[in-house]
Design a protein around this ligand. Structure first.
Ligand SMILES: [Zn+2]
Length: 412
């Protein structure tokens, strides 16, 4: 028996943009936010053997349910031998990638992810041919858009061209990190015009103005830094020996040369634009969570969903509780084609979160990014109690979420 009087009981949150990919600690921080299903393989970075990824989870269980995208811009390109992120794949390399994408979809990947900011040299043929396969299988294309100038709309127009030319359903990744720089209103109107045209474009967005990635990424080449207007002082190191320090020229060169995997965050966003993005009826909250050592990383890894409920519902009255829950559960389920998730109804997977609307709050901050949130009372995964009042009960209740049907089979 569970006493849930006065609490919100709703479907478990679905995090449509994460990078948990089997990491227990990262998975635990997701569970503690009320996330019952995480979607990995985003930003063009994924496991390549989707079948063994899922099989291992089916055998051992995992702390949350995991669905997976197949990642183009880092993983597939590397697999077929494209070593320069500024160069396109050859026709033969593209043919190999097409084969790998088909294989991943046959094995249950729920979509294709493009991380164009990490491989600006990706050709139009790469983008369109692989997205056409996603459209044929009825799977989404998640796009981490190019970062060209910080105020450009070209990167978004490119995404719309993918939808128009291939018919794929598009999920634009962490919208506030891409367009929360003073151009959110314009970016949303570009999305709305495309939707009015009948194109199926949706997006997810985080709860913070600072975004994280690794310093070795091509987008920190000097020319990209300059065209985006990022100054060294806008960038905070969040892992390794300089954790907690802003970049200087010496640190920038040292890390890029010797420690390119060091994570950094870029402080470029405008807070109001977080809320503007998540107010859109086809916007859903996401974490962009990733793997860190305890004490390192971005507070999004532990705070995103509680912060979303707190800010959007109880603090700012941006969304009703029903609408906020819909955008964190049913909307991503329908976007991904998870026909047995996103609703509390007989026959659905019993992924459930119970939270206290009066006390829900994120506690994670830079310096203590793993601080547990408050107000998440119980989390159930597949009918099993996984978390109770902050205590982990079952860390193996999560299942692999293989996608076998086109997303269009699930309409709300
Ligand atoms: Zn990401």
């Amino acid at each position: 028996m569970f006493d849930v009087e006065g609490k919100i009981v709703c479907p478990g949150f679905i995090d449509i943009h994460g990078h948990v990919d089997w990491d227990d600690y990262c998975g635990e921080l997701s569970l503690r936010q009320g996330i019952t299903t995480t979607v990995g393989g985003n930003c063009g970075l994924s496991p390549l053997d989707i079948n063994s990824f899922f099989s291992a989870q089916e055998k051992q269980g995992f702390i949350v349910n995991q669905a997976e995208l197949i990642g183009h811009s880092i993983s597939l390109r590397k697999e077929v031998g494209v070593t320069d992120p500024l160069k396109p794949a050859t026709p033969e390399q593209l043919r190999q990638m097409e084969h790998l994408v088909e294989k991943a979809f046959e094995e249950g990947a729920c979509g294709l992810s493009l991380g164009l900011a990490y491989a600006p040299g990706s050709s139009n043929d790469e983008i369109m041919n692989l997205s056409k396969i996603a459209a044929r299988y009825g799977r989404i294309v998640a796009v981490d858009t190019r970062m060209i100038t910080g105020i450009d709309m070209y990167s978004l127009v490119e995404v719309i061209a993918i939808a128009r030319q291939t018919g794929a359903r598009i999920q634009v990744s962490h919208f506030v990190y891409q367009y929360g720089t003073g151009v959110m209103e314009e970016a949303i109107s570009v999305i709305n015009r495309a939707r009015f045209e009948g194109l199926d474009i949706r997006f997810d967005s985080g709860m913070y103005t600072q975004w994280a990635t690794h310093i070795g990424a091509v987008l920190f080449n000097e020319e990209y830094m300059e065209s985006n207007g990022w100054k060294l002082d806008d960038i905070l190191v969040i892992t390794g020996k300089y954790n907690g320090q802003r970049l200087t020229m010496d640190i920038y060169h040292e890390l890029r040369t010797y420690y390119p995997d060091t994570a950094v965050v870029v402080f470029t966003g405008i807070e109001e634009e977080i809320y503007m993005a998540l107010n859109h009826p086809f916007a859903m909250p996401s974490t962009d969570t990733g793997t860190y050592l305890p004490g390192e990383g971005h507070p999004q890894i532990a705070g995103s969903f509680p912060r979303y409920i707190k800010k959007m519902v109880t603090e700012r009255y941006e969304l009703t509780i029903m609408e906020a829950v819909r955008k964190a559960t049913l909307l991503p389920a329908e976007t991904l084609g998870f026909t047995s998730k996103g609703r509390l109804r007989k026959g659905m997977d019993a992924d459930i979160v119970v939270f206290d609307i009066k006390n829900i709050a994120d506690k994670a901050v830079f310096g203590e990014p793993n601080a547990h949130p408050e107000g998440i009372e119980y989390v159930f995964l597949n009918g099993k109690l996984a978390l109770a009042k902050g205590e982990l009960i079952d860390t193996k209740a999560g299942k692999a979420v293989r996608c076998n049907k086109p997303v269009y089979d699930y309409q709300i």
